[in-house]
Design a protein around this ligand. Structure first.
Ligand code: NDP
Length: 244
């Protein structure tokens, strides 16, 4: 069945790959992120390929903008079947470096952005008595490593929020499915925001050795969406085959 799917952080990486794959599968995708030129190009690429897509510039740290993205999708297409909270940042560093601004940004985008997405999509899905919210966490939301403290805290948090939300929706018999996708190293622009030199060198080497294409994560997202409505993929944890 063709679905209306909203994706945050759709201007690159996992969000872009997911938008393209889901549109290719016959769904209508609504892209949100801050970089308008990127959103415009990806939307045009999808349309040139015969798919249905539109976009709205959205900063997920601003609740009114996330709500506006949801209203845009609802007003344009009449419903929201799937909402993917994908926007994220990973400027990792050891705590002793005191990069407080980066901690704040990760909490704002990864954690509060996800909550704002839920706040914007959930009431619409409750009215429809159907829907699916997919939150992108990480293997760093299962285990910490040196330099991952705040990023891991946001991703452990995304998993905690998702688990409680799944219980709430099951108890309410709302038919809303809650899914977490937790990838390992994926080749995207995520490392571009790592400003701590030592951390960046380590991560660059690690990603160079291991990272897989963002298409793989898009496939996992599509798999979770395409399961029959009576079944929820609670969480998909995935890594490059050679990543421990
Ligand atoms: P990218 O850097 O390629 O994509 C991140 C996306 O988030 C961009 O589209 C960016 O768009 C968007 N974004 C950042 N800040 C905001 C904001 N304030 N408002 C709206 N959008 C924002 O990285 P990935 O594709 O890798 O990241 C996607 C998700 O996957 C993230 O949640 C990340 O934590 C997670 N992840 C990634 C892994 C990896 O190894 N790559 C592994 C595990 C999880 P714009 O700048 O235009 O706003």
């Amino acid at each position: 069945m063709s679905k209306i799917i909203v994706i945050t952080g759709a201007s690159s990486g996992i969000g872009e790959s997911s938008a393209k794959l889901l549109a290719k599968q016959g769904n209508t995708v609504v892209l949100g992120a801050r970089r308008e030129n990127r959103l415009e190009k990806i939307t045009q690429d999808i349309k040139n390929d015969g798919g249905q897509a539109s976009f709205r510039v959205t900063d997920v740290t601003v609740l009114s903008q996330v709500q506006a993205l949801a209203q845009y999708a609802l007003n344009t297409y009449g419903r929201i079947d799937v909402w993917i909270n994908n926007a994220g940042l990973m400027p990792r560093s050891e705590l002793i470096k005191g990069r407080v601004d980066e901690w704040d940004k990760m909490i704002d985008v990864n954690l509060k952005g996800t909550l704002y997405g839920i706040d914007s999509a959930l009431p619409i899905m409750r009215k429809q008595s159907s829907g699916q919210i997919i939150n992108i966490a990480s293997v760093a939301g299962h285990a910490t490593s040196i330099g991952s403290s705040v990023y891991s805290a946001t991703k452990f948090g995304v998993r905690a929020i998702s688990e409680a939300l799944r219980k709430e929706e099951a108890a309410a018999k709302s038919n809303i499915r809650i899914t977490v996708i937790s990838p390992g190293a994926v080749k995207t622009e995520l490392l571009d925001h790592v400003k701590d030199l030592e951390t960046k060198q380590n991560l660059d080497a690690f990603y160079h050795a291991y990272a897989i294409s963002s298409d793989r994560v898009a496939q996992a997202i599509a798999f979770a969406i395409n399961m029959p409505d009576d079944t929820t993929m609670n969480e998909i944890v995935m890594r490059p085959t050679s990543q421990q």
